[in-house]
Each structure stands twice: as C-alpha cells, then as structure tokens.
Ligand binder design. Structure first.
Ligand SMILES: Nc1ncnc2c1ncn2[C@@H]1O[C@H](COP(=O)(O)OP(=O)(O)OP(=O)(O)O)[C@@H](O)[C@H]1O
Length: 389
C-alpha cells in the first residue's frame, strides 16, 4: 500500500512542481505539495504550472485537487484511486498509456517547461505519446526550443530516450502563439555517468528571427556576433580569438552546424543557441533578442556564457545540470555540475524527499570565491528507501 507523500515547495519555484509531478507518476505515488512556488514573489500555480499539472492529469488519468490559478496546495494522485484525504492506494507498476494530446497554455508560458515535466514519462509509457502544445517557444527564464531539441534531447537520446520535437510556429513574449510537438516512445534509460569533459569536438549554432525582423538581417547578425566572441580552447590551453562559420580551426574545432532561420510567429522575437560538443556530453548557451539590444550583442551574450563554460571542466551547462537530475534518479548515475545552483539544490532535496539516495560531493572553492560551487551529484535509485516508512 502507498500513502500520500507530503512535499513542501516553500524554498522552491515551478521546477519543483514539474519534477514532483513526474516523480509521482514514475513512482506511482500520490503527492500533496504545500507552499507551491513558496519562494517566488507571486506564489502558487501560474498559467504554465497549471498547464503542466492539467496535462499530467490528462496523460495519467490522475485525480487532482487544487488545479487552479494561484493554488498553493495541490494534491495529485496518478493511481487515480485514493480519496484525496491521504488515503491508501494499491501499489502497482506505474504505466502511462500514451496517445495524442493537445494543450494550449493560453499565454506565452513556456512550452519547453511543460515538455520538461512530460519527458521523464517516456520510461513508463505503454505506447508512443504525441503532445502538441501552444504557448511560448522562446521566452525568458526557460529553455528556448532550440536548446530543448538540439541540446537536451540529443544528450538524453545517448542514454536511451526515444524522443523528438518539431516546431510549427515560434512563440515569443508577449503574444506566445507558438506551436511545438513532442513525440515520445517507450524508453529504457542507461545509467548516466558524466563526470569528465571529453575533448572538444565542435560547435553548433542555431540563430532565429521572426519573419517581421528578416529585413534587418537579425539572425545573421546574431550568429556573426556569437562566432566572433566565441573562444575555443586549443590543445595547449591557449585560445583562438574567433571562430568562423563552416570552417575548421587550427585546433581542429569545427562549426559542425550553422543554421540561420526566419520563422513564422505572431509577434517579433529572436533567439540564438550555441551548442558545444565535447565527446562525453553537450552544453548549450542561449540568448533572446530584446528591443534596444543590438543583434550582435545577443549573439555575444550567448558566446560569453559558452566561454565561461569552456573555462571550466564540467561536461554539461548549468541548466542541463538541473534538468538531468530526474533522469539520473530514473537510471542512477553521476553528474558533474558546473554549479550547485538553487535549481540543482532544490531538485536534489526533492529527490531525497522521494527516498532517492542522493549524494553531493561539493568541490571546495578558493577563499573569497562566491560563485555557486561545482559538485558531483550521485544518485542510486536501486537503493531508494521509502522516506515515509
Ligand atoms: N537559458 C536557458 N537555457 C536552458 N534552460 C534554462 C534557461 N533558463 C532557464 N532554464 C531552465 O528552466 C527551468 C526554470 O525553472 P523555474 O522553476 O525557475 O521556472 P518556472 O517554472 O518558470 O517557475 P518560477 O516562475 O517559479 O520560477 C530550469 O530547469 C532552468 O535550468
């Protein structure tokens, strides 16, 4: 018999909700979340979080209470059989049937964050799942869709995830109106062991402009700014000062893909994603266009983040670091994270609340270095213990 797992989101934001819902499904455990998005200035469920909750309810035929805007307490039971009062349910192997679904977030709420909640369900699917979502494809504080499909999914595919993402229309802030489809098939994930960075293999660049901005050549200028600023570490530890598209560098680093795309969308917007491949893992760095910021500067912002990554030795970027943790829990493994960010720490604490054996080996920092510390997160799912026992 499984009892409801009580979770406290007082120290976290929306990611806590999404990951908790996914783990609830994967473990076949009802959850009650108190203090939803407790450390945000507008606590409770926002549009995007509510859309994720409602989608998870639909995909899993769960029972739910608190599925409304602003709700600070949510109860979600993917076993569908308990009474909402902390009752007990029969323990069975959790499965999700699959099928075809459409969701409209209704704002420029992030499509990729909704996808983030759903992707782990691939490991318990009975048959393929197709999920088409309308909302924002490239909005602040979330993975741009090119990061999702060209960075996150390719890395997870190496570990056995069967997934693809197609984009019909882009959705920028404030109108949204983007449309993308996630396709998942039943997947079995290999353990993730990503503690070393392999040799640099190449750089991929995805630069995008809404059709309304095409006459200003924005995608090209973003790409040019990014490539001009990108430093490539060579084998002697020195640096090339710039990288040109479609060329091979003295150190052997190649621009393996270079896409400048004009896209359909309801409102103007631009995005750039740089992907670094380095043998063991991948890392992605994104920037969004903003009124008043020159296109070249947008590219430079993405390259600056990539250069900071290249100066370290973690195999993934700081965003993938937190986004991989649910998969680490599913399959077990070890991950060197470039920074023990608030998101990484909140996710580790959540995984521990679910009974996963999480160990964080924090790298010591020099005195006066107040950056988020690097660390290695290890998770042993087979040894998970039931915290409610
Ligand atoms: N530029 C980026 N590239 C890739 N991933 C990103 C980027 N910016 C943010 N993310 C990821 O988006 C997620 C944001 O989660 P977070 O909980 O902060 O947002 P949220 O769901 O909008 O909720 P809240 O409104 O409570 O902050 C994290 O996984 C973070 O790593």
């Amino acid at each position: 018999m499984t009892t409801t797992r009580d979770l406290d989101g007082a120290e976290a934001g929306g990611q806590f909700v999404r990951t908790a819902l996914a783990l609830s499904v994967l473990r076949g455990e009802p959850i009650r979340i108190e203090n939803v998005r407790g450390n945000r200035s507008t606590p409770g469920l926002g549009h995007q979080h509510l859309a994720a909750l409602e989608t998870m309810v639909e995909l899993t035929d769960a029972s739910v209470t608190g599925a409304e805007l602003g709700a600070e307490t949510v109860r979600f039971d993917p076993t569908g059989s308990s009474d909402g009062a902390g009752g007990e349910t029969n323990e069975t192997d959790p499965t999700v049937p699959g099928g075809t679904y459409e969701v409209d977030i209704g704002t420029a709420g992030s499509i990729t964050l909704l996808f983030d909640a759903v992707v782990p369900l691939a490991t318990v699917l009975e048959s393929p799942l197709t999920l088409t979502v309308t909302g924002g494809t490239d909005v602040k504080w979330s993975p741009p869709v090119d990061y999702f499909r060209h960075v996150k999914l390719p890395l997870l595919r190496r570990y056995g995830l069967v997934a693809a993402c197609e984009v019909d229309r882009r959705g920028f802030y404030p109108d949204g109106g983007g449309r993308a489809t996630l396709r998942l098939a039943p997947s079995r994930l290999e353990p993730i062991d990503l503690t070393e960075r392999g040799p640099l293999e190449g750089v991929r660049l995805y630069s995008t402009e809404a059709a309304a901005l095409a006459d200003r050549d924005v995608a090209h200028r973003q790409a040019a700014g990014g490539l001009e600023r990108l430093s490539i570490v060579d084998s002697d530890g020195g640096r090339d000062s710039s990288a040109d598209a479609d060329s091979e560098h003295a150190d052997g680093t190649t621009i393996t893909e270079h896409r400048e795309t004009t896209v359909a969308s309801d409102c103007p917007g631009t995005a750039i994603v740089l992907r670094i491949d380095h043998g063991t893992g991948v890392a992605g760095f994104a920037a969004l266009g903003e009124r008043g910021t020159p296109a070249e500067r947008v590219g430079e912002n993405a390259a600056d983040a990539a250069n900071r990554f290249l100066a370290g030795d973690a195999p993934v970027d700081r965003h993938l670091a937190d986004q991989l943790l649910p998969f680490l829990a599913v399959s077990g493994g070890r991950l060197r994270v470039p920074a023990l960010t608030e998101h990484v720490e909140a996710s580790c604490a959540l995984l521990e609340s679910f009974g996963f054996a999480v160990a964080i080996d924090e790298r010591s920092r020099a005195d006066g270095d107040d950056r988020d510390g690097e660390g290695v997160v290890s998770i042993a799912p087979e040894q998970s213990v039931d915290a409610s026992e």
